[in-house]
Design a protein around this ligand. Sequence first.
Ligand code: T1G
Ligand code: NAD
Length: 699
Amino acid sequence: MGGAGLERDGAVGIITIDNPPVNAMSPGLPGAILARLAEAQADDAVEAVVLRGAGKGALAGADIRSFGTPWPEGEPTLRDVIAAIELSAKPVIATLAGYWLGGGLELALSCHYRVASRKTQVGQPEVALGFPPGAGGTQRLPRLAGVEAALAMIVDGTPVDAPEAAEKGILDRVIDGDLLEGAVAFAGERIAAGPPHALARERTPELRDPDIFAATRERLERRARGQRAPLACLECVELALEVPFDEGIRRERAIFEACMASAESRALRHVFFAERAVRKVPGIGKETSVRPIESAAIVGAGTMGRGIATCFANAGISVRLMDSDSQALEHAMAGIRSEYEGRVKRGRIAAADAEDRIGLIEPIETLERVAGADLVIEAVFEEMPLKEEVFRALDAVCDEGAIIASNTSYLDVNHLADIVPRRRGNVLGMHFFSPAQVMRLLEVVRTDSATLEALASVLALAKRLGKLAVVAGVCHGFIGNRMLEGYTREVRFLLEEGASPVEIDAALTAFGMAMGPCSVADLAGLDVSWRKRKADAHLRDPAKRYSAVADRLCELGRFGQKTGAGYYRYEPGSRAPVPDPEVDALIAEVAAESGIERRAIAADEIVERCLYPLVNEGARILDEGIALRASDIDIVWINGYGFPRWRGGVMHWADEVGLDAVHATIARLDESGDHWEPAPLLSRLASEGKGFADVDRAA
Ligand code: T1G
Ligand code: NAD
């Protein structure tokens, strides 16, 4: 709960809000602040009050952990503190450092003045938690910053830094040097100047662009797909113009409360904590030693190798890039250069910085030249014998302590570790996603033999690379790709049964997926998975249903966008999918060959058929310990596969649907179809009336 202290410096009372680590407004804290405010009011020697956060000075807003449990009866709230400040005859000066976000900024907005250190960030990030600000932010911010600036901050949730906030009128002064001294000096000036000390609520919001609401609404609706919070934010800001201040505050609160109770907000709050839980790996702590990685090497300069090299260069780490095919290497270096040049042209990076980064990537032609690298990432073709050969060669040239990682998508990394028995402890998987320099997700595949030090070193490196690392155990496809197989399998079955590519993509994008699976396949290239299916054909159970739809498209040379045709057709130079009657005919033909009677399939059925295999496989992955927690699986699917964040990820979404309902559907599908045997963990949780979150809580 934390507390608040009051000190005095001349005529200035200093209230310090103390609730580590980020001074969030846990129950009890507003009451403590109110008490200190009352003391300051009662003290005749105090003529102004400075309000600040302890520690690094942040005020991160409401305590997100306390949401979902009712606020203790009779306990004062942040809004009570805000009301008391606005009634104060003595000016209150919010003194901001670090992050002042959400309720933290709202508290500051209610004060008479705001000063901040230069590095401070202020923002209303509530939309990212599925609700608009609920303590007056949508009414006060437009009155201080103008409607356009406030709308952008509240709808997008992106914080702004202190100089920008001062420019917008949110801050009265940016202080260089000692913040508290500067704040006390500012307070002295205000005391000397005397009243009036204006409040935000007394101002009129300024609107420059009368079309801003319509334009923003259109933009939000285009990308909303059932998401409510961004539009709720807009409605609240609109109220600042339409109704008197107090009514605006009341209506903001009602909208806030409705949003807070929504599945969308539960999901987004789940993701907030999931993103923080994922960094915690049992056995790894501050005491675990981490090897510095000053130089890296990448073997294989294809699509992935070149993207991974760019990641290192962007992080300022020098990297050697090797390919056995000199043309491939040249092509990779030219590609890297042209990508940086594109970014320079678009103003994303300065030309000199781009040159510096390109300079960090050294093309090398022989494997011997990887000697001396602290980390080597193998990214050659997805073929085990080839990877074995590369690992053997690396064994001969790498430094003793070098970490060797494979970027394999599916293959057995334990087996690769066995290829280099002396180095077993230093072998891991680093599964980047394509394009590697863009995608934030990284699956760190923990082999049975990897030491904690090697794992911790790779996790620390991932952070430097700006990646969101998820630890996965070794299995075919790890977390993400292993789950993906059931998803794409059902897509093909649904096509045979009567759904068109357009219908399937529409059902899943309406659900919130970033792209439909047929469009994704066309983008990624159908040939990649075709090659894999051919290679794995001998592993397939011939008694089980198999759809040849995708294979038949490939046999026609329809590899997706790169050949101008896949599940859809593409006009030259265009990425817009055009439905293709040829594909419809081919699917009908394949279905007829298999004796499948085609029917109309509703969007709900498409969603269940495609997404329940993810839940079922996710349950197995969790049960086997391949993922440390269900929420890690959510992180993988949100960041690697376009699962909607506002649905909380696959496993959280299944919990929301109810595992008993999910299980019942899977069990029913199991009666008539292959591949649907319910995962034991799913059956158990469903029968106990529990969810995957209960497994996480128990861990
Ligand atoms: N409540 C509870 N815990 C919080 C918290 C919060 N608001 N913010 C951070 N933490 C915990 C976090 O879980 C982690 O704990 C530790 O602090 C350090 O965080 C009325 C209703 C402030 C920019 O959305 O954006 O106000 O995992 O690892 O990278 O309208 O945390 O170590 O146990 O993220 O330095 C609005 C959310 C609330 C801000 C710091 N506020 N926080 O980042 O450290 S809603 C937010 C952040 C609200 C009002 C409404 C970031 C940060 P643990 P960290 P960081
Ligand atoms: P790619 O075909 O684009 O590139 C592979 C490169 O490896 C080629 O340039 C080839 O010349 C080179 N190579 C082959 N044998 C070599 C050897 N002995 N020494 C040095 N170089 C050699 O392949 P990719 O798509 O970049 O995939 C590489 C790895 O990354 C695979 O294991 C793949 O499964 C994995 N992966 C791919 C993706 C993706 O979306 N493409 C995503 C994640 C992981």
